[in-house]
Design a protein around this ligand. Structure first.
Ligand SMILES: [Zn+2]
Length: 304
């Protein structure tokens, strides 16, 4: 009996060490993909200056301190993201020459925000998020990965039937900066054709995976008729960020016209339970403060 009592904690400790070892290795691998010094990476003008990026004393964990994703995937029924998890560090500067092409936020003239959810659909978190949005009468925008839409076309239909906007988020979520123009075109067109076959229209908004696109990429994607949608509020939810930390990022960055980035499906082994928990709170806070919820086409007054 006493032997049993001793061995259980030991087994538990061993498991903990093994799991920690796995998560450490995953982070090491991911850091190699981080485009830290790439001047061509486009992203989130407002976020570049966010206190948690530049201010080491900010009362928010820095991107490098974001907790590792929880172990044990709940969305293993979807194809993985070919470029890996979302990047922890996002650099780059918004160029005013793309002001009618690349959008980080909408007009700040009224109390509206756009909730956006990337990398879906899956059949777990996407459903939970759609339920919360429906219960609260909130319309949002979903940036869809083509390969995942192919796996779960019925989920794309459910999103559209809920009155939400849909955007193109590439076929399998690569880092576009590493691809040839022809491959980028293929990534976008393949997804576009699939979305059109499900929705009956061609979504005209595109979000580059990781927010990463060179100037040439922006010109190419624009020439294909798309507006490029980035974000002004990065919740870092994909990284297993605790709900209270998601909310602290939100409080730090949200304002009228904001575009809030969240996810409705993660990378391999990434869980989004915290996204679901924080979402209800976030909607409640925004409603209390008198905000309305709009889709990206509504926010920017552009075609869907
Ligand atoms: Zn993504």
């Amino acid at each position: 009996m006493s032997k049993f009592l001793v061995s259980v904690p030991l087994v538990g400790l061993s498991l903990l060490l093994i799991l920690n070892g796995c998560s450490y290795q995953r982070d090491q691998g991911k850091s190699n993909q981080t485009p830290t010094n790439n001047p061509l990476v486009m992203n989130t003008g407002p976020n570049v200056n966010s206190p948690n990026v530049n201010n080491p004393n900010a009362n928010i964990p820095s991107p490098s301190n974001i907790p590792s994703p929880s172990i044990g995937s709940k969305n293993s029924d979807v194809p993985d993201l070919s470029g890996g998890s979302e990047f922890k560090t996002r650099n780059g500067q918004h160029s005013s020459r793309f002001s009618n092409v690349v959008f980080y936020e909408g007009p700040n003239t009224s109390k509206v925000v756009a909730l956006t959810f990337d990398d879906g659909p899956d059949t777990v978190y996407t459903n939970q998020i759609l339920n919360i949005l429906s219960q609260n009468g909130v319309k949002a925008t979903f940036f869809i990965v083509g390969l995942r839409a192919q796996a779960h076309p019925e989920m794309v239909s459910r999103i559209a039937q809920g009155g939400h906007a849909i955007g193109n988020h590439s076929w399998d979520h690569p880092d576009l900066v590493k691809l040839t123009p022809q491959t980028i075109k293929t990534e976008i067109i393949k997804t576009d054709e699939l979305l059109n076959s499900i929705l009956g229209y061609h979504p005209q908004i595109f979000r580059p995976p990781y927010g990463a696109a060179s100037s040439n990429d922006v010109q190419l994607i624009s020439s294909m008729g798309f507006k490029i949608i980035d974000w002004s509020v990065d919740t870092r939810d994909w990284a297993g960020t605790p709900p209270e930390t998601i909310m602290s990022y939100f409080y730090k960055e949200f304002r009228p016209g904001g575009i809030i980035l969240q996810h409705c499906a993660g990378g391999k082994n990434e869980r989004l339970d915290n996204t679901v928990i924080a979402l209800t709170n976030m909607i409640s806070v925004l409603k209390t403060q008198g905000y309305s919820f709009v889709t990206i086409p509504q926010l920017l007054n552009i075609s869907r």
